[in-house]
Design a binder for this molecule. Sequence first.
Ligand code: IPE
Ligand code: IPE
Ligand code: MG
Length: 255
Amino acid sequence: MLGLFSSSTRQVPQTHALPQHVAVIMDGNGRWAKKRFLPRVAGHKRGLEAVRQLVKTCVRLDIKYLTLFAFSSENWRRPPEEVTFLMGLFMEALDREVKKLHEANVVLKLIGDRSLFNEALQQKMREAEQVTAHNTGLTLTIAVNYGGRWDILNAVNRLLADKKDTVETISEADLAPYLSMPDAPEPDLFIRTGGETRISNFLLWQLAYAELYFTPTLWPDFDDAAFEAALTSYRQRERRFGRTSEQLSTDKGHA
Ligand code: IPE
Ligand code: IPE
Ligand code: MG
């Protein structure tokens, strides 16, 4: 019977515990800038400050995985100047931040289809991953040109390429190693800033049982107090993964 359940949702984490994995849609940069009569890109610049601060806080709190949505597969539809600015900002951030992340023992990973980025940016991404690969602290994953549907299809296609002649049907366990972030536990807490209550093609598979938290706070304003509020909300929730509340209090809900 147990084999039918997704392995990731078999164990119920302790209520009141901090999340192991936090995934964030950092939304609202453009509106933050507009409110101040600034160009949208000024909001992206300030958004990077909020990223720096959140990474520091996760390191301090000993949260193991932080995954940030920086650029979606749909964001290419934005005005070309904004896309170009964002590419420049990624490049600059990689140049300036990787050394500091390495010193903070952070493992930096990038997920998404990188083939559309220019070769210089792809090279910087590879270098950043290599430099930090053996660190043992926070795993910071940045999703760039990422889409949840792309992730699932990419996994299926890679699995097919490897196993076409040997399998007829596939299980979750077969697919899991081919999805993005195969070594991370699935996100416990999903945060979206900026007031929209949608997933926007973020981690569709991996968010199956995440606790969802939406806040109107615009991303550049998302400070420690705002993160604390999200963590407090998370810690008050009872995660059941299909069970009843009574089961959790009697048998701790395991297996
Ligand atoms: C999120 O902020 C950043 C990216 C998508 C790159 P937005 O740029 O979407 O800000 P709003 O939603 O227009 O305010
Ligand atoms: C989602 O934000 C993607 C990122 C934060 C990178 P968007 O602002 O692009 O989302 P939609 O299109 O409004 O749903
Ligand atoms: Mg937006």
